[in-house]
Structure formats: C-alpha cells, structure tokens
Design a protein around this ligand. Structure first.
Ligand code: PEP
Ligand code: MG
Length: 889
C-alpha cells in the first residue's frame, strides 16, 4: 500500500484517497498549470493514524523519499540554513470543509534558516514576518497554545510603536516579536519551539490528522451529513509568497458568478498578502477585475487558466491563486459551490454550450435546491427603512432579532427566537451561531469570505461585506449611515438575493418559481426571468427522463387543482378522515353513539351525500387521472371531544344541577373508545369490519360520484384503498362488501364502473405476507409513515420531539427515519413486499404515499426498487418530479 503520492501521480478522480484538494492539485499539475510542486499523504494514512494512534510505519520513509525528490527539484533543502525550502502543510478531505481543519504555512523556518530567507527574498522584514507567522500558527494549531496570547503580544508591539497595522512593524520589531512568541511557546508548553525542520513538518502532519476529529470539524460533518470515518489527506506544498511586495498578492476567483451563474470575472484579490488573509475575510479585498490594471500578464494568464479549467471540469470552478513577484501560481481549484438559482442556470448554460447533456444537467441540480427556490422572498414594494446594503452572498429572506455573538444566537434560538447573527466577520468558531441563526450579516469580507462560503453551503441567507454598517460586537450594536442604532434584540430583515438590510420586519411574497408552477408566470413570456426559464427547462428534462410517476396527497378540490398545476399525475392518497372534520364531526359523533340500527343508518345516510359531493368535486378536478380514495383510517376517539374537557364539563353540570344527558352519553362513549395505544388500536380496516355500514357508505359515495361524473361525460378514475391491513382475510371481507355495493350502484345508474380496490402496506405483517395480500389487492400503496412507526416501534407522534435529538447527536442515524426512508430496515421490507406482490400479480400497481414520497433521497430508493409512482404533498411535487428524473438519468 502506498501512502504518499506526488502531485504528478494523482488525478481528480482520486478524491477518496487524496482528498478534494490533493486530487485537484494533481489534476492541475497534469494539465500543465503552474502548481507549486508537492505531494499528498493519503486519507488511508490518516485512518490508520486515527485508529491506532500512530502513523503507518512505512509512511515516514515514503515522506522522506518524496521530500528528497521535492528538494532536488527545487534545488534547496527543507529549512536549509542558507537557502531554505519552505512548505505548507494543508488538510484536504474528500468533501470540502471550509476552515474546519488545520493548515500550517512556512514550515522549515528556524533561527538559522530565517537568515537564509532574508538573503533569498532580499527582504528582511518579509523573512521575520514569515517566521513570526509560523510560530504563531504552529503554536496555536500544532502545540495548542491559546491564540490570543500571540495576538496580544502583536497588539502590544503595535501600541508600543504607536502604529495600528501589522505592516507598520519593521524587521527589528518583528525580530523582537519572534523572541516573544518563542517565549510564549516555551512558557505555555514547557518546551522550545522546534527548530528542526523535519520535526516541524511531522508534527504539523499529525496535527492535521488530529484536526479531523476536532469539535468544529465534527459539528460541520454532522450538519453536512459527511461520514465521520473518511479521514483527511495532507498536502505538502512548496511555499509561494503573496506577501513579497506590491507585485505579489493572493486571490480567489470563480469561473462564473456563483450567485447568478453569469459568465464574467468574479473574484477578490488582495495585494501583498497571504492566502489565509482573503479566506478569513480579515482585510477588505479589491475586485478581481482590478488585477488587470495592476498586473496584466498574470491577469491574462489567469483568465486563460480559468477557461481551461471550466472546459476541463465542465462546470463552475473556484480557484485560489497567488502571485509571487509577478509569477502566477495555482494553489487550489474545485468544482465550486453555488446558490440554488445559479445551479439551475449554470446547468442549462452548460447544455447550451454543448459541454454537458440533459442527463448530466439533471445531476448538477438537486431537489433540495429546487425546494429552496420555492421559498418566499421579500416584497420589493414594501416600504421599510433600508439600513444599508452589502454583498448578496447567499439568497433567501431572513427576519430575526439582532444578536452579535454566536453564544447568544444559540441561546436565543433555543428559546424559540428567530435571530440574525451580526458579526464584523465570521470565523470557524461561529459555526454554532450560524447554524442557529435565520441569517447572517457581516460588515466585512467578500463573496468568498468565511461567512459567505459557509452560509451558501448550508443554504442559509447571508449578506456580507456591508461596510457602511458599523458593527460593534463588544457593545452589541450596529450603527447605520443615517445614525440609526440597532441594539441586540431589535428586529432586522436581510435579503441574501439583493444584499439589502432593512430595519424591522419586511413582508414576504411568493417565489417566482412557485408563481411559474402555479401557472401565473410563463416561461418564455416577457416577464419570465432567467431563473424561471432554467427551472422550466430542467423540469422538462426530468419529466422526459423519469420512469416514476408523481401523484399528490390531496383531499380537496383546491389542493388537487394545485397539485395538478404542479405536475401531479393523479392523487395517490385522499385521506377521507379530513372530510369528516368541522361541522360534520357531529354526524360522525352520531354514528359512533348510535345505539340502534336505525340511529346508525340515519347517521350514515346523512354522511353519504356529503361524501359523495366531496368526491364529485375531486374527480372533476382530477378528471382523466387516477384518484386513490382511502377509506376511514384514524381511531374514532379523534372525532370525539377530549376526555378531560368532557369530564370537567360533566362534573360542572352535575355540580350546578344542569341537564347533561348528552354529555354523559358522550363521556361514556369516550371512555369506551379510549385506548392506551390508539395507533395500534381500533383504526383502519378494523373500523370497517367493526362498524357496520361505514365502509359500505364510503364505497357507495365513491361509486355514485363516479357514476355522476360519467353521466356528465367526465373521466373519473377512482381507486379504493383500504388502510392498515395486516392479513389478506381482512381485505377479502371488505372486498366482498365493496363489490356488492358497486354492483348495486351500477344496477341503479346503468354505469359501468371500473373501481380497482387495493390496500396500503403499512404494517410489517402486511409486508411479510404481501404475496398473499396481492391475491385480493389490485394495487399496493406503501404507507411508510406507519410502516416506519411499526418497524422501529417508534411512536410517530412522540419520538421526534422527545429523544430523536439525542439519537441524531449520537450518530445512531444521520436523519430521522420519518424523513428519509430507512433503506436497510423499512426499505428492505418495501423491496421484498414489492417483489412478492408482483410474483402473485405481475400487473400489480405499486406506489408510496408516506411522507417519504416527497423526500429526495427516498425518491431515488423508490425508483430503484421499481415502484410505479410516489405520492406527496402538492408543494413537494416539483421536487419529486425532479428527483425522479435525476434517479433515472
Ligand atoms: C402512512 O402511514 O404512511 C400513510 C400515508 O398514512 P397516514 O399517514 O395517514 O397514516
Ligand atoms: Mg398510515
């Protein structure tokens, strides 16, 4: 096994082994781009180290060999006294984790070699500043010294000299500072700052390995659902310096605008600075376009390289580069993060450029991004006070109370407040606060600052670099140009799409994408913006590609019509219990309380026309498309008054000696129907079997409604679905009765009704005996809500609020099994039941109508196990269509 790869040995497809940064450095090296030479230690080496507490034995020898090769190539040795080679030691995991892990620059500097660097660079100040930076970075990240101690010493040095910026410190000041920094290290760690260059390098490598399990990194991984066992690679790269004077500098760039997708020159440049200064957003940068004026040769070369990269990767790339005395060096590239809107635009732009095909375009967007685009936005016409304007870093509309530190953000959000985290700039320590906040506002830093990059990754609204807003974190306040002061707790609104910051709460309006799906805005029409066009095209690709059909969970004509506008191909679940609420509850109450057959028939007779009218409306809204009507499912007590309330009412009436006949009867019924575990009690098909006439009434309503629609020359396609079946016998009994009722209606109306009857599969026993059940069912619809509840033994109404947080924190699962299908457990039952059902009845129609039907990851699973359709709530239909297309592409 090989643990170290030269940049010339890797390529972009080796991300598992070399991490994203290492794989892409190798790719750029092999493309002939100017990458400073170096090598990568693999994630495998990291895993061995993290498992056993020691590097694999042969790693050391491999590092030695690669270092020697590097030294020969560069014509200087690591830390050589008169002509030192300096290297950076950088982390780089498979998935980008911006700022979450460690990096150490300027490895190889020591009391001896700093003198060599003075000669090499011809710049005494630069050399001592580099040494100062090494001790500071190494002290903090490798040796664990409190970083503030160095900052304080630096601050004191400036104060003593009466200056305010680092640049005003000269070589002699920095030399003194180096002595102070070394003293801090020795005092805090009980050992001297290591002078041996190889020891520095080895310790730094180990620190990078260790940083994989740092608290920040772990939190970030949990957020982003990155597995915890991947490990990080370590990149050892010869140093190039952006801080060697005005003809040097460092920057970041995008091959396209990550917010709009437009082609052009996007990036930030910082003259006479090192890379970390840009990423951390410490100083305000200039726009990349200005580089053309400062150094046209490097600028032109950079533009050329960006084009090469974009054509090669066939996607938006982001880049970190450094210019050392007029020579351009590429330090990093990767396929860049982008906003949801830009993802759609870029995917269609690349199709137009002939770089990718439709199938690939579908892989460039996600259902989660589409869902994000369907969020409401701020009302532009609202007259609210504009406080200022910053850079639109991550889109969305966020409203909340101003807080100025992450601790408060977390505390307030835990107590249910919505907060906007306001900082001068953020750093990795702010991660918790950023997660807790509705949105993030900073006064410094560009589109590539920490706040912007991390917020975009989280899909969180962010405005950054709002320089006109003066943020004073110590006094917990922000001052706007007009002198308006925002104190902690004042409400502000931030618009991550325009960069605007408002005082107070701004009203929100629906997203243009929703307007488009609603049919109120047409792609191709004059007012359709680019985004809607792009969404329109991607949806068309998905619809052409997908095999899964998409239906809606809807139980009224309004939802059904919306679902249809959003692209639903039918209704997969009409929950009839929703038709028994409101004023009709009394009728159900009468049915439940009925003592005699006559009373019961009267109650059912009153419900029948109401049910029928509901179905007529629904079938009309869904004319020509299937409508799966599920017969009554929930426990009956849900239709009766609350037991405690009722008891109190009865007790009061008794005390006041008022009439309470009815309440008393009700109370008795409630007591009789009370169950310890209602979800496992008298519900679903069991109701149909125990309450005479109930299911027959519902079937009659469906049949009569269908007949009426046929009479009106409509095309009703009703399907009857029985809930909570556990055994085929239950279904057979219901089927017999249903067939009798349907025949009855056919005889009375002369209509020829085709009403398939099927069942939900939502109990483990149903799944396990699916082969038998299919004898009596023309279709299955997997009720993955109840199936998850019963397979895990998790009460679906309780667990998410009680102990799921603990389960998520302990990593028992990365996401609630009620949200994303548990493939190994619940999923394998679904797969087996689908197969068994089809063995019995090859034309058995299969669908799913649990919440999972609209969840992106689950949709892929249902595609894979061969279901015919997924059914989800109307607003999630576009997401399901898109993901079904992506699954098939
Ligand atoms: C299910 O159990 O997955 C289902 C769709 O039915 P309900 O959520 O109504 O119980
Ligand atoms: Mg159910």
């Amino acid at each position: 096994q090989k643990f170290v790869y030269d940049f010339t040995e890797g390529n972009k497809d080796l991300k598992d082994l070399l991490g994203g940064k290492g794989a892409n450095l190798a790719e750029m090296t092999n493309l002939g781009l100017p990458v400073p030479p170096g090598f990568t230690i693999t994630t495998e080496a990291c895993k061995v180290y993290l498992d056993g507490g020691a590097e694999p034995p042969q790693m050391r020898d491999e590092v030695t060999a690669h270092l020697q090769a590097l030294e020969e190539r560069m014509g200087k040795k690591l830390g050589q006294a008169d002509n030192p080679l300096l290297v950076s030691v950088r982390s780089g995991a498979k998935f980008s984790m911006p700022g979450m892990m460690d990096t150490v620059l300027n490895i190889g500097l020591s009391d001896e070699s700093v003198v060599g660097l003075v000669a090499q660079a011809g710049d005494e100040r630069f050399a001592w500043d580099s040494y100062r930076r090494l001790i500071q970075m190494f002290g903090k990240t490798v040796l664990g010294v409190d970083g503030d101690l160095f900052e304080e010493a630096l601050e004191e040095a400036k104060q003593a000299k009466g200056v305010t910026t680092d640049v005003d410190l000269d070589a002699a000041d920095l030399k003194r500072l180096v002595e102070q920094f070394k003293a801090i290290v020795s005092k805090e760690t009980g050992r001297e700052f290591p002078q041996a260059p190889r020891e520095q390098m080895d310790l730094a490598i180990r620190a990078v390995f260790d940083s994989w399990n740092g608290e920040r990194a772990k939190l970030y991984r949990r957020q982003e659902r990155i597995p915890g066992d991947l490990g990080t690679a370590v990149n050892i790269c010869s140093m190039v310096f952006g801080n060697l004077g005005p003809d040097s500098g460092t920057g970041v760039a995008f091959t396209r605008d990550p917010a709009s997708g437009h082609q052009g020159v996007y990036g930030d440049y910082l003259q006479n600075a090192q890379g970390e200064d840009v990423v951390a957003g410490i100083r305000n940068t200039m726009q990349l376009a200005e580089l053309e004026r400062i150094d046209k040769t490097s600028y032109d070369q950079l533009m050329q390289i960006m084009e090469t990269l974009e054509t090669h990767y066939r996607d938006l790339c982001d880049i970190e580069f450094t210019i050392e005395r007029g020579k351009l060096w590429m330090l990093q590239t990767r396929v860049g993060k982008r906003t949801a809107g830009a993802a759609f635009r870029i995917a269609t732009q690349l199709v137009d450029q002939g770089l990718i095909d439709e199938a690939e375009a579908l892989q460039r967007v996600t259902g989660a991004q589409l869902a994000q685009l369907m969020f409401p936005r701020f009302d532009e016409k609202a007259t609210t006070e504009l406080l200022g304007r910053g850079i639109a870093a991550s889109p969305g509309a966020a409203v909340g109370k101003a807080v100025f530190d992450s601790y408060t953000a977390v505390k307030w959000s835990r107590s249910g407040e919505k907060v906007i985290l306001i900082r001068r700039e953020t750093n990795p320590d702010d991660l918790n606060g950023m997660i807790a906040a509705e949105g993030i506002l900073t006064s410094r830093g560009g589109k590539t600052s920490h706040a912007a990059v991390v917020a975009r990754g989280m899909g969180k609204t962010c405005v950054c670099g709002a320089e006109e807003l003066e943020v004073d974190t110590k006094r917990r306040r922000m001052t706007a140009p007009g002198g308006v002061v925002i104190e902690e707790g004042d409400v502000v609104s931030i618009d991550g799409s325009s960069g605007k910051v408002y005082l107070g709460e701004v009203p929100v309006v629906p997203s243009p994408v929703v307007e488009y799906f609603e049919g109120r805005m047409h792609a191709g029409a004059d007012d359709a913006d680019e985004l809607v066009q792009a969404v329109h095209r991607i949806m068309a690709y998905a619809d052409r590609m997908r095999r899964l059909r998409v239906r809606a969970n809807a139980d009224n004509a309004e939802d059904a019509s919306r679902a249809r506008r959003f692209g639903a191909q039918g209704i997969g679940l009409c929950r009839t219990e929703h038709m028994f609420l409101g004023e009709r509850r009394e009728l159900v109450e009468r049915l439940i309380l009925a003592d005699t057959e006559t009373e019961r028939d009267e109650a059912l007779g009153a419900l029948l026309p109401l049910q029928k009218a509901d179905f007529v409306e629904l079938f009309e809204a869904m004319d020509g498309l299937p409508v799966t009507v599920r017969l009554l499912d929930p426990p009956l007590h849900e239709f009766l008054p609350d037991i405690t309330e009722l008891s109190v009412r009865v007790a009061l009436a008794e005390a006041r000696q008022e009439a309470h006949e009815n309440d008393l009867r009700l109370l008795q019924a409630v007591h009789k129907l009370h169950e310890q575990n209602p979800m496992l009690g008298l519900r679903g098909v069991r109701l149909g079997l125990v309450i005479p006439g109930l299911f027959a009434m519902q079937v009659r309503a469906i049949a009569e409604a269908a007949a009426e629609r046929l009479e009106a020359k409509g095309d009703p396609r009703a399907e009857i679905m029985i809930p909570l079946v556990g055994t085929v016998q239950e279904l057979e009994i219901v089927r017999e009765e249903a067939e009798r009722v349907i025949a009855d209606v056919e005889a009375a109306t002369g209509a020829d009704l085709k009403l398939p009857l099927g069942t939900m599969i939502e109990l483990p026993r149903a799944a396990l005996t699916a082969g038998q059940i299919a004898e009596a069912a023309e279709f299955f619809s997997f009720g993955t809500n109840d199936l998850t509840q019963t397979v895990w033994g998790f009460s679906r109404d309780d667990v998410e609020a009680s102990f799921f947080t603990a389960y998520l924190e302990k990593g028992i699962f990365g996401v609630s099994p009620f949200e994303t299908i548990d493939k190994d457990g619940v999923g394998s039952l679904v797969r087996a039941a689908a197969e068994a059902g089809r063995r019995t009845r090859p034309d058995l129609k299969l669908g799913v109508c649990g919440e999972h039907g609209g969840d992106p990851e689950s949709v892929h699973f249902f595609h894979e196990v061969g279901l015919d359709y997924v059914s989800c709530s109307p607003f999630r239909i576009p997401v399901a269509r898109l993901e079904a297309g992506r699954a098939a592409a």
